[in-house]
Design a protein. Structure first.
Length: 263
């Protein structure tokens, strides 16, 4: 990593950015500059960042401001700060789960109910399936390895945990196939908000009948995407998500009226 301060010109620009702060806490400016460095240098998750002491020196600010700035980034899931020997800040893996947790704060203060999240999930899943089919139809996606996860899987031979992972993984793959990072991130965040709050409502392990419903639906959606039929893929994915929500909630549909609280 090209550490802030290693380049005199860059270091001067950073100090000027700090000095030019008006009406904004220095810690927030530090957070923005660290995030910009991660993006500009294309740092991968796990890459080490300069220590608090180094950042304070390079930015020309106090360590307290650096520490608070890093905490802001850590709360957003963009940075990890490990304490102790060999610790320090590093780049985190941005996930839909972290983004969903941040989103939940906004939903809570606006008194949003889970049923609104569910409707957003249903529509997003339909949209991503349609976009994936469009990319197949246009010839943008031809790689057999990318298309393979669309094929039917035998859910009957999987454990409960494997079934959940396979099912969630299918939808994660569709979001990636859609080819739009923003839609994939938001879709994953919404799915996390729903599953994190509703998955426990399912009374027990998924039955063979329920697994078959999922397997058949995934297979149908996969065939529509492989055929490049965006309209059919969207319709099938939307219907599947409505059925999935009903099966997940089981005998506890009242959960949909719960407010989405920040966890």
């Amino acid at each position: 990593m090209a550490k802030p301060g290693g380049d005199p010109i860059r270091n001067l620009a950073v100090r000027r950015a700090i000095a030019a702060t008006r009406g904004e806490k220095v810690s927030r400016t530090v957070a923005r500059l660290v995030a910009k460095t991660i993006a500009d240098d294309r740092l991968e998750p796990g890459a080490a960042l300069p220590s608090e002491q180094e950042m304070a020196k390079n930015f020309g600010v106090g360590r307290a401001s650096v520490r608070e700035g890093l905490r802001l980034l850590e709360a957003q899931g963009l940075v990890t700060v490990r304490q102790g020997l060999g610790g320090g800040p590093s780049v985190a893996e941005p996930t839909g789960e972290a983004f969903g947790d941040t989103m939940s704060m906004y939903l809570q203060v606006n008194d949003i109910r889970l049923e609104e999240v569910v409707e957003a999930v249903i529509q997003m899943e339909g949209l991503t399936a349609a976009l994936a089919a469009e990319r197949v139809a246009s010839g943008e996606i031809t790689d057999p390895e990318v298309l393979a996860p669309l094929d039917a899987h035998d859910h009957e031979v999987e454990s409960h945990r494997e079934f959940i992972e396979t099912t969630v993984g299918f939808h994660d793959h569709l979001r990636q196939m859609a080819g739009n990072y923003i839609l994939a991130l938001v879709g994953s965040a919404l799915a996390h908000l729903f599953s994190d709050r509703a998955i426990g409502a399912h009374p027990s392990a998924w039955s063979d009948q329920e697994r078959t419903v999922f397997a058949d639906a995934h297979a149908e959606i996969g065939r529509a995407i492989r055929a490049g039929d965006a309209a059919k893929a969207r319709e099938l994915a939307t219907v599947h998500m409505r059925e999935s929500v009903a099966m997940t909630l089981g005998e506890h549909p009242a959960i949909l009226k719960d407010r989405v609280d920040w966890k």
